[in-house]
Design a protein around this ligand. Structure first.
Ligand SMILES: *[C@@H]1O[C@H](CO)[C@@H](O)[C@H](O)[C@H]1NC(C)=O
Ligand SMILES: *[C@@H]1O[C@H](CO)[C@@H](O)[C@H](O)[C@H]1NC(C)=O
Ligand SMILES: *[C@@H]1O[C@H](CO)[C@@H](O)[C@H](O)[C@H]1NC(C)=O
Ligand SMILES: *[C@@H]1O[C@H](CO)[C@@H](O)[C@H](O)[C@H]1NC(C)=O
Ligand SMILES: *[C@@H]1O[C@H](CO)[C@@H](O)[C@H](O)[C@H]1NC(C)=O
Length: 494
């Protein structure tokens, strides 16, 4: 989950916020209800449906949302029945347990709480007033609406989204109840309808009487029917069918909900990146689609991405524009497999090689520096093994990020430490850009920058947690260094 969040944020700005900046909150009456740790539970318990914004006063996106949220609250207070919008200042020390109870990881986060708080759902709607109102009217109404006419059907079935319709001979019985449960469970993600007459629907066998569930979708086959009414099976069928054979990633926001699904899938992820404006695009797309069909149900999901929209992903994977068209597969243990400059007729064979275990993982690395003459040596993923693990020396290694202020502060100090050991062939001071090189995380636990590790000549690996002063670092190295094995004794070992 955490991993998929990282990936997603590299691909998408998930919520594009609109609205005016920092309006004065000086309206006479506030419609948004303020809640805190002392009254949250009681207040929520009294409501069948309530929306809560977890925010922090310093957060820019929260400030942008505030006037829109207030406007929506004013409009929804006149809804029948009224819909209540509330907010919790999650930065307030006493409210922090509340925020962690609801697993709030960023601000603002909106949650929909149903039935006195017993059902919690993520808010997945827009962030401007009209959009909030429309989304919440739908969410607070019935989970599924009856389709009574062809007009009803055309108003809910369109080319951008999925619609799940239950067709029934009558609106009662166990199948109907199970369908209703399904709609309740998945209402945040899909729209639902139910009907007594399949002839009203634009696609599929019009003569069925049901019970049957028909899913309309904007990609691949235009509809799919399900007949197994076990609730869990229905949930699974809807979720699986609503992932396109090939997910499209470009700058079109209509595709983004599907990109999110792609990243949330437990499968390994195959991603083909190419220039959608180039003349080979169609050929690649159709070939890739065939391959995706061929590997359906084998633990792989497929995405095709436009280079124009993929700068974040390229940086993350350490891949370059001149390597496209390329396929990269990432498995859930974080390993990556790369086929740069792929041709259409190589795709199927390479993916098969991958599934057969015949492709070596790809490592993100900067090029090995040709000259490495500065006091602080440069380590990259491709020479890490040689310089750190196989050199048999004592090495202090800094993991840094180019943008990190503490790293910049440390740089001249590290330089001085390096200079002071310059005449000592057994000690190396080195640095690695941890954003541009894959780090063996089973050895080095790099959670922040800078992180420092010391590998002794005898192979011990110690984190350096001392003060980042020249004296302390030199002292640490002197105390912990091991004697470098003599070439003779190495011969004896062989
Ligand atoms: C909850 O408590 C806070 C702090 O005392 C107060 O500002 C707020 O109005 C209360 N909310 C309700 C709904 O009582
Ligand atoms: C309805 O769902 C329940 C629980 O998932 C299941 O046990 C039952 O068999 C389902 N009913 C039908 C008719 O499929
Ligand atoms: C994609 O192809 C078009 C047309 O050939 C070209 O104009 C554009 O610069 C290319 N974009 C990238 C990112 O290479
Ligand atoms: C290393 O990273 C991968 C992917 O990010 C993760 O699955 C794995 O558990 C990590 N290993 C350790 C020892 O943290
Ligand atoms: C770091 O420096 C502070 C103050 O100079 C000192 O109190 C502390 O013990 C030092 N820590 C280590 C690990 O040497």
């Amino acid at each position: 989950m955490a991993l998929s969040r990282v990936w997603m944020s590299l691909f998408l700005i998930v919520f594009t916020l609109t609205g005016s900046i920092c309006e004065e909150e000086s309206e006479s009456k506030e419609f948004v209800v303020t809640l805190d740790h002392s009254n949250f539970t009681d207040f929520v318990a009294k409501h069948k449906f309530i929306v809560v914004e977890f925010y922090a006063p310093w957060c820019g996106h929260c400030k942008k949302l505030a006037p829109e949220y207030e406007k929506a609250a004013a409009i929804l207070s006149n809804n029948d029945p009224p819909v209540v919008l509330a907010k919790v200042d999650s930065n307030e020390e006493k409210n922090k347990p509340l925020a962690s109870e609801y697993e709030i990881q960023g601000f603002p986060t909106l949650k929909i709480l149903r039935y006195g708080g017993s059902v919690v759902q993520d808010y997945k709607g827009p962030r401007e007033a009209d959009g909030i109102v429309t989304y919440l009217k739908k969410q607070s109404g019935p989970a599924s609406n009856e389709i009574k006419s062809p007009e009803d059907a055309t108003s809910v079935i369109d080319d951008n989204k999925i619609l799940v319709v239950g067709i029934f001979p009558e609106f009662s019985g166990e199948q109907f109840d199970n369908f209703t449960t399904l709609a309740e469970r998945l209402r945040a993600d899909y729209e639902f309808g139910h009907t007594l007459d399949a002839k009203l629907l634009p696609r599929g066998d019009a003569s069925v009487a049901g019970p049957i569930v028909r899913l309309f979708k904007p990609f691949d086959e235009p509809f799919v029917d399900f007949k197994d009414f076990d609730v869990d099976t229905l949930v699974k069928s809807v979720e699986e069918t609503s992932i396109p054979t090939v997910t499209i990633f470009n700058n079109d926001p209509k595709n983004h909900p599907f990109v999110i699904k792609f990243f949330n899938s437990p499968n390994s992820k195959a991603m083909l990146f190419l220039n959608f404006s180039s003349e080979h695009h169609d050929a690649f797309r159709s070939k890739y689609h065939d391959v995706a069909e061929q590997f359906k149900g084998k633990g792989l999901s497929f995405l095709i991405g436009d280079v124009d929209a993929s700068h974040g992903a390229f940086q993350y994977f350490g891949i370059k524009d001149n390597q496209v068209p390329l396929i990269i597969i990432q498995t859930n243990d974080g390993k990556k497999y790369l086929k740069p400059n792929v041709e259409t007729d190589q795709i199927a064979a390479w993916v098969k090689d991958f599934t057969d275990g015949n492709v070596q993982p790809y490592k993100k690395s900067e090029p090995i520096p040709e000259a490495n003459n500065e006091p602080v040596k440069v380590v990259v993923a491709d020479n890490l093994q040689d310089m750190v693990f196989n050199s048999g020396k004592n090495i202090l290694l800094e993991f840094y990020a180019p943008w990190c202020g503490h790293c910049k502060k440390l740089a001249p100090i590290l330089d001085e430490v390096a200079v002071s050991f310059e005449s000592d062939p057994d000690v190396i001071i080195a640095k690695i850009d941890a954003t541009a090189n894959d780090i063996p995380n089973e050895t080095f636990d790099v959670k922040g920058y800078p992180t420092l590790y010391f590998k002794t000549a005898s192979g011990n690996i110690l984190p350096y947690e001392g003060n980042r002063t020249k004296e302390d670092m030199i002292d640490f190295i002197r105390k912990n260094r091991a004697v470098v094995a003599e070439p003779e004794s190495r011969k004896e070992e062989l």
